[in-house]
Design a protein around this ligand. Sequence first.
Ligand code: PGA
Length: 251
Amino acid sequence: MKKLIAGNWKMNGGINDAKTLIANIINTLSTDDSQIQTRSDILICPPFLHIPAVRHSLHSNPHIALGAQDCSIYEDGAHTGDISAAMLKDSGCSHVIIGHSERRQNNSETDDLIARKARLALDKDLMPIICVGETAQERESGEAENIVTRQIRACVPELGTFEEITIAYEPVWAIGTGKIPTPDDVTTMHSLIRRLLKEKTARPERVRILYGGSLKPDNAKILLALPNVDGGLIGGASLKAKDFLAIAAAA
Ligand code: PGA
């Protein structure tokens, strides 16, 4: 399985910043001789409003996939301010991040709501990237594995034979902090997730399990080479083309 290197741009920059960043990524890839694109899949998740501009730029590069950072739990109708999974599909997205810890914390998203969004995304033919991960307090109290077990059981829908999802294990305390878990802790968590996925799909080996949280060019080689780590979800470092592609090259 090729690794997936996904950039989560979060709520950063204006439209011109988005255009410059995607142009830099495309230009760097076009002169790259390490063949990043043939060795890994690349996904960019801009803010909703920047999706059309990034899509326009990507016409010159069909190898980079486009995703969103969230979608509505509703299919359509009177839901002021929401963006539906169908609208994302219509705007050229193939992926959508669901249940990022910033949405769990800042927008009170629950496991149940996340499961509903993931099901809706699947029904609209979008690949959900379902985020799980423990807080610092949960890790310190020895609860990390129990928390992630609960999240996988509650947030991942039952999958039909041909349905596929992606999981991102992102310890909350590692996001944007420069702190990362030990390689042993990442290995333990990713193999736990792989085992739990057997409860949801007949093909758990087909699910990519990404690592996310302070993934940088200098730690990517170690983290992305661990067993059951099938790529990365990258926040801060995805805002610089050079750093983002250095992580992709390390994969
Ligand atoms: P970070 O964010 O790389 O800035 O730690 C990761 C994420 O939130 O997906």
